[in-house]
Design a protein around this ligand. Structure first.
Ligand SMILES: [Mn+2]
Length: 322
């Protein structure tokens, strides 16, 4: 009998870690079980940073595009929340989860669930390669090290742990990258080039949906070397964000504009109600100016520095109303 396919997939609007960890983990599982049934998959287009990485390592096989999980065997990497996962994920057979995010997951059976508070899924996967005694090939090491560089912003982000640094050191050698700073700069530049992108592409590049006690909010992030060009297109971007919350029936859209050079973020915020914009700004102890919160110094991580304060204000709102 032919082996049934098992799809390894990262989150919606996939970033580099979601794409590359799916590839790396599917590779590991196939080697371990001497099979080809594990298929790297993705939930959408790869971004310009991931595109650069594929080209750099001469990797040409895009993960298989899937959208509906119904009836499929699935392994989740780099996410575990239903809101960030495939359509009908509850109707799938989820076999494993390997992730580095907040755990928000329930299933009616025991599974292999590995979550570690490190900067990147690829860091966890490297451990698994080691524990199973499987060699990391050069191109996989390249994809994995790129994931860690991307998720930790080359160690600038507060999500970075010592384990991520050690993993990068090991993987750089296998991947044959000599100058990590230069390589990271090229990677980030590929992502930061927004000239040729439409407003819709810019806002969709890296966004995640959250359900804060019934309030659906999307939080996106654009990483840039300076924010001038994005402010030059502010009207267009705000319009596109408004359209997005209408289409997906969200309460609000927060877009982090992260200056990775000077290490701060501004926020563009749109919401159905002005008071919601104010509430979100209040999470950062400030008032919004024309849909904008400026100069959040040192704020680089959505997961650690933006999601928790916003979540807190929505929880507060609910406890007051109840
Ligand atoms: Mn990740």
């Amino acid at each position: 009998m032919e082996d049934e396919k098992i799809y390894v997939v990262g989150h919606r609007n996939p970033d580099t870690d979601s794409i590359c960890s799916a590839i790396a983990y599917a590779y590991l599982k196939n080697k371990e079980e001497n099979t080809e049934k594990y298929i790297p998959a993705r939930q959408g287009k790869i971004n310009s940073e991931t595109h650069f990485i594929f080209k750099y390592f001469d990797y040409t096989i895009l993960p298989h595009l899937i959208q509906d999980a119904e009836g499929k065997k699935i392994i989740l990497v780099d996410h575990n929340e239903e809101d960030q996962s495939l359509k009908n994920i509850k109707k799938a057979d989820v076999l494993e989860v390997v992730d580095h995010h907040n755990v928000n997951f329930s299933l009616g059976k025991p599974i292999f669930f590995l979550a570690e508070p490190v900067g990147c899924t690829a860091t966890i996967i490297l451990d698994l390669f080691k524990s199973k005694n499987i060699t990391v090939p050069k191109h996989i090491a390249g994809l994995m090290v790129s994931s860690i560089i991307s998720d930790t912003l080359l160690f600038k982000s507060p999500v970075t742990t010592q384990k991520d640094r050690i993993a990068v050191e090991k993987l750089l050698k296998i991947a044959g990258i000599e100058n990590v700073k230069e390589y990271a700069f090229e990677m980030f530049s590929a992502k930061a080039r927004i000239d040729k992108k439409t407003a819709e592409e810019i806002i969709n590049c890296d966004l995640k949906e959250y359900d804060f006690n019934g309030v659906k909010v999307t939080i996106g992030q654009v990483e840039l070397f300076n924010l001038d060009k994005i402010y030059g297109r502010k009207d267009e971007i705000i319009a596109s964000m408004k359209k997005h919350i209408e289409c997906r029936e969200l309460k609000s859209f927060v877009l982090m504009l992260t200056n990775i050079d000077e290490e701060y973020s501004d926020l563009f915020i749109v919401a159905k109600k002005v008071c919601t914009i104010e509430r979100i700004a209040s999470a950062f102890g400030t008032q919004p100016q024309y849909n904008t919160v400026s100069n959040l110094e040192g704020v680089l991580s959505r997961k650690k520095q933006v999601v928790p304060p916003i979540q807190e204000v929505f929880l507060k709102k609910y406890s007051v109303n109840k």
